[in-house]
Design a protein around this ligand. Structure first.
Ligand SMILES: *Cc1c(COP(=O)(O)O)cnc(C)c1O
Length: 469
């Protein structure tokens, strides 16, 4: 095939079928299928026609080889997965937009094995009889929290809906005005309450709620008392709230169950990382809460899930709710969650193997050394105005611990050949994608959330993203 250049460039453009003979495209047909290749060629031809009509087509771009090459590049681009690995240089350990908690390798392996083969998801291997997919999680959660029983659904939002529906449909649930949270993504307690068919009975004020406020609201319509952890905000100053134990005492007195939505689901004490105020599932059960709800992929560090732990009879009723069928987890999630929970049986192992616990446990010295060495490597890339390792602060994120910062180390780098936004954009679309913070014209790479194994890939990604000076 030759480039035809005549007076009428439109007529001279090769027909689509002619292209399919070009060797590069023949190979692509084997890879992407006939229809995709035809579509890509059509799109490139349309582009050539458009540019011809504008009179802006440089010589040679009409040739079938040139068009074939561009079609090949387009196919390559379009075939890229939309979900891609991202190096998290934001320092935010639980970044909702980046998939919250990264899972432990053992958990990922369990999900992989569950995905690729068969497993005893609903089969008791001892008896050969059908069993519940909830049994394995129930076993580990009860061991780890001290609860009588437990069950799991797709996320904590689903856990809240199914708990309220089972325990309080058509009746009232009493909640403090200081705890009517919105988590984001339209998860608002009043709406969730309405959705589940329960009636919200607000008591107290934003800053002060006392046991007497709950008690005054208790009546024949009351089905439960609920406490919700204010995960993503804090009420500070002149405040008063009822403790879990006080709420439980009130529930006992009036024969009402206490539901405790603790949010993040800490299975170990986060004070070891200098992070105070995160309720622990075990403590809530020990205080006597009848039902404790928490996420699997926040501070627990596992897959997305909503765990309900508590009294046997309540869990039993929840599992009988028809919504359970809609909310239940799939085999990969269950396998990953089981593996994650088993790691927690040994706290030392958890601190090492659960990625977020490992990241939160990095010492200032570790972080400084890593930031300094990353700064040296980034400095070697031409195109910076300045590169500097320095101490900084970051947040846990994921709607947890909003008022507590973590001290960390970062590399702060000011590009000299393009703007901060430009470089950040180029880093995001690179392979692997890199998400950094932007501040005062600089990119801020927080080493806490950059896994040590990602350093080389990060340096390569930055090298490729930096425009040639
Ligand atoms: C995050 C959170 C939820 C929602 O949990 P998901 O797992 O994101 O559905 C509910 N309640 C509280 C207190 C939370 O912090």
């Amino acid at each position: 095939m030759t480039t035809k250049s005549t007076d009428n460039p439109y007529r001279s453009l090769p027909a689509v079928n002619e292209f399919l003979q070009v060797p590069t495209l023949a190979t692509l047909i084997a890879m992407h299928g006939h229809d995709s290749v035809v579509a890509a060629v059509r799109a490139e031809l349309a582009d050539v026609r458009r540019r011809l009509s504008l009179g802006v087509l440089p010589d040679g771009e009409c040739s079938s080889d040139a068009i074939a090459q561009k079609a090949a590049a387009r196919l390559d681009r379009d075939a890229q997965p939309r979900l891609r690995a991202v190096i998290n240089a934001t320092g935010i350990v639980l970044h909702t937009n980046l998939g919250r908690a990264p899972m432990a390798a053992l958990a990922a392996q369990a999900a992989h094995d569950a995905a690729c083969g068969y497993l005893n998801l609903e089969l008791d291997l001892d008896t050969g009889k059908r069993s519940s997919r909830q049994n394995p999680i129930r076993d580990w959660v009860t061991q780890l929290t001290g609860a009588e029983s437990a069950t799991v659904v797709n996320n904590n939002a689903a856990a809240t809906v199914i708990a309220l529906r089972t325990l309080a449909q058509g009746r009232e649930v009493i909640v403090s005005r200081g705890q009517l949270i919105e988590i984001g993504g339209s998860f608002r307690i009043p709406d969730i309450m309405a959705l589940s068919g329960a009636t919200l009975r607000e008591v107290g004020t934003t800053n002060i709620t006392r046991a007497a406020d709950y008690e005054k609201a208790i009546g024949p319509a009351t089905a439960a008392l609920m406490q919700i952890h204010t995960s993503n905000y804090r009420i500070a100053g002149f405040t008063e709230a009822v403790t879990t134990a006080e709420l439980v005492a009130l529930g006992k007195k009036h024969n009402l169950p206490v539901i405790d939505d603790i949010g993040s689901g800490a299975l170990i004490d986060y004070q070891r990382f200098g992070l105070a105020g995160e309720p622990m599932a075990r403590a809530s059960i020990a205080d006597g809460a009848d039902l404790v709800l928490f996420s699997g992929d926040k501070l627990l560090g596992g897959p997305q899930a909503g765990i309900l732990a508590g009294r046997l009879e309540l869990i039993h009723r929840i599992e009988k709710d028809p919504l359970m069928r809609a909310f239940r987890c799939d085999k990969m999630t269950l396998a990953a969650l089981e593996a994650t929970l088993r790691i927690y049986l040994n706290e030392e192992l958890a601190l090492r193997e659960i990625p977020i616990l490992h990241l939160l446990g990095l010492s200032a010295d570790d972080l400084r050394i890593r930031a300094e060495s990353l700064a040296v490597r980034l400095k070697a890339i031409p195109g910076w105005a300045s590169v500097e390792a320095k101490p900084d602060v970051a947040y846990v994120g994921g709607g947890s611990l909003p008022d507590q910062h973590l001290s960390t180390w970062v590399v702060e780098a000011k590009p000299g050949v393009c703007s901060d936004d430009d470089l950040a954009q180029r880093l995001r679309v690179g392979t692997p994608a890199v998400m950094a913070r932007i501040r005062d014209g600089r990119l801020v790479f927080d080493v806490r959330t950059i896994f040590a194994s990602q350093t080389d890939a990060l340096v390569t990604a930055v090298t490729q993203a930096m425009p040639n000076a």
